[in-house]
Design a protein around this ligand. Structure first.
Ligand code: PEP
Ligand code: MG
Length: 598
């Protein structure tokens, strides 16, 4: 039966495919596709873990048998029997094998996927005793996952392949023998590290239960340039593995089990979207200049050095924001050292510089914390705090000077090979500015002492806390340029957690207070002849291009996938006409309405 699930639109377009459910587990589980030749190894890993857990349970059973009734209740022994039974259950083991062989999931992913399938069967049972066995199954799976830790294969991001079934032909309007159904990802939540892993795969779209428009999961979805919906509440509960779904990233809805008529309609919309993209791609080599001759820099936001490929392809004239924290995340589940060392970071920054072929690269120092934990363990540890207001970004770096100096040395060394701008996130206090600048000097001195080659950098600060936007003179005294992080600036100005879908309707880039802070920052930088750009999601949203141009902005940094649409707006704009109008919008009580009127 067809039904619709509503969420927030975060990345445009239509995706039609089979659902791949990613379930969250209490254990940090890596999700990746294996190569066909690794299937046997993955099956072996599960088999070995199962044997080890069986042995473990057996030992426990033996020790329980030796205890008296006062030390070990009778139920404990019965429970261990149940665990043994679940461990050997054909539905679990056969299902895991199915996901590995048919979908090329790594062993852990296959295990958590099958856990979800079986857990739902338990949920539907009439008998309360049997229903409660779900918790036992979860414990057994956790034991298996623990056993598998440290035995993971090297990541092999290859496209998934699954065998075609007769069922596919019934549903799919474009059926043909060589067809492999596109896959769409459905999850309760995905950590940014998980998203990064999926970025290397070929999902056609994705939906999560949680998340706001500028949550980091949404940001990476946008950078993957696939239709995405977040904040869809119970989507992952309503969809089953392999269901056919349509993701409408424009409207923010997911249609489950669509009828042939709905499929045909969305197939048409999808083709329209492809045509529009084709049309925009002709603008790739056109300089971004307004009708009145103003040159506008359209820069790229990237998460990994390899993203520079897409940035250059999209016609970016540099990187305006390299979110370096992605080099630091999700390493634990892949058996890597907790943090990348200086050499590893240097190589990564160098690859970014080389990838941009002489164009400037703005590297932002690590910004972990809030909804970007280093790994799932630190996420759990931080749960009792309010992480968005806690030890995040520069605060985290200043709390761990050795880690920060390592990163600074790596960036300064890479600066010997190209134009690097060093950007500091979340500064608010002059004391933080002073400490940061003296650590930059110190890192340089360390390199000198070592005789290591390093290069000059332009120093910039992010304006993403209202306190920073209200003390611009201090910032401009110390920095060469400023970059406005509207995602956080909106969050902190309006007291709205950007990752929380329950308050997403109040997350408003058009709030007069937000626009005032953005406008004043641009104006003050221009007055002092300092560079200023916007690198939050507002920069890539065509609804704001004309307003930002009217406010004097000439440097926009966004996902490569958004560059051509923004360029189209720039090419159609006349800034001489936009200036007065932008001031009107700024003065308006309801800027959103004033924006639409133009
Ligand atoms: C921002 O806050 O606008 C920004 C660009 O940084 P991030 O989204 O990584 O917090
Ligand atoms: Mg930010």
């Amino acid at each position: 039966m067809t039904f619709v699930v509503h969420g927030l639109p975060v990345a445009r377009g239509i995706a039609i495919g089979r659902a791949v459910l990613v379930v969250s587990s209490r254990i940090d589980v890596a999700h990746y596709f294996i190569k066909p030749e690794q299937v046997e190894t993955e099956i072996d890993r599960v088999r070995m873990a199962r044997n080890a857990v069986a042995e473990e349970l057996h030992k426990l059973q033996a020790s329980v048998a030796l205890m008296g009734p006062n030390d070990a209740p009778h139920e404990l022994s019965a429970l261990l029997d149940v665990h043994q039974m679940l461990l050997q259950d054909e539905v679990l083991t056969g299902g895991v094998k199915h996901w590995i062989v048919e979908r090329l999931y790594n062993a852990e992913w296959a295990l958590t996927t099958q856990l979800e399938v079986v857990a739902r069967q338990f949920d539907e049972m009439e008998d309360e005793y049997l229903r409660e066995r779900k918790a036992d199954l979860e414990q057994v799976v956790e034991r298996l996952l623990h056993r598998m830790k440290g035995t993971a294969a090297v990541l092999a991001p290859t496209p998934p392949r699954r065998k075609r079934t007769a069922e596919d032909d019934d549903h799919d309007p474009t059926a043909n023998d060589a067809f492999d159904a596109p896959l769409v990802l459905i999850a309760h939540d995905l950590s940014p590290a998980d998203m990064l892993q999926f970025k290397k795969s070929v999902f056609a779209g994705f939906v999560t239960d949680v998340g706001g428009r500028t949550s980091h999961t949404a940001i990476i979805a946008r950078s993957m340039d696939i239709p995405a919906v977040v904040g869809a509440r119970s989507a992952s509960q309503l969809v089953r593995q392999d269901d056919w779904v349509i993701i409408d990233g424009d409207a923010g809805v997911m249609i489950v089990d669509p009828s042939p008529i709905i499929l045909a309609e969305y197939g048409f919309k999808q083709r329209q979207g492809d045509l529009e993209r084709g049309r925009l791609s002709r603008l790739r080599h056109k300089p971004a200049v307004t009708l009145d001759g103003q040159r506008v820099d359209l820069l790229a936001n990237i998460e990994m050095p390899e993203d520079t490929l897409g940035a250059v392809k999209a016609g970016a004239v540099g990187v305006g924001l390299f979110r370096s924290e992605f080099l630091f995340m999700g390493r634990e589940s892949h058996n890597l050292s907790r943090l990348p060392d200086e050499e590893e970071q240097y190589q990564a920054y160098l690859r970014a510089v080389e990838g941009m072929k002489g164009m400037p690269v703005t590297i932002r120092t690590i910004d972990v914390g809030a909804d970007k934990p280093l790994d799932s363990k630190s996420q759990r540890e931080d749960n009792h705090l309010n992480p968005a207001l806690g030890l995040r970004a520069i605060r985290w770096s200043l709390a761990d000077p050795a880690m920060f100096l390592t990163q600074l040395r790596a960036i300064l060394r890479a600066a010997a090979h190209g134009e690097i701008h060093l950007l500091i996130p979340m500064l608010a206090h002059v004391s933080e500015i002073r400490q940061t600048l003296s650590l930059v000097d110190f890192a340089r001195a360390e390199l000198d002492n070592r005789g290591a080659v390093h290069g000059p950098v332009k120093l910039g600060a992010m304006i993403e806390i209202p306190a920073a936007a209200l003390t611009l003179k201090t910032f401009l005294k110390h920095f060469d340029f400023l970059s406005i992080g509207t995602n956080d600036l909106i969050q902190y100005t309006l007291a709205i957690d950007r990752a929380d879908e329950s308050v997403a309707h109040l997350y408003d880039p058009c709030h007069p207070a937000v626009l005032r802070l953005v406008a004043d920052t641009i104006a003050e930088c221009r007055r002092q002849g300092k560079g200023v750009s916007v690198c939050g999601e507002m920069a890539g949203d065509v609804a704001f291009t004309r307003l930002l141009l009217g406010l004097g902005l000439r440097s926009f940094s966004m996902h490569p996938s958004q560059i051509l649409a923004v360029k189209q707006e720039v090419l159609r704009a006349d800034t001489t006409k936009l200036e007065a109008w932008a001031q009107e919008v700024l003065e308006s009580e309801n800027p959103a309405a004033a924006l639409v009127r133009v």
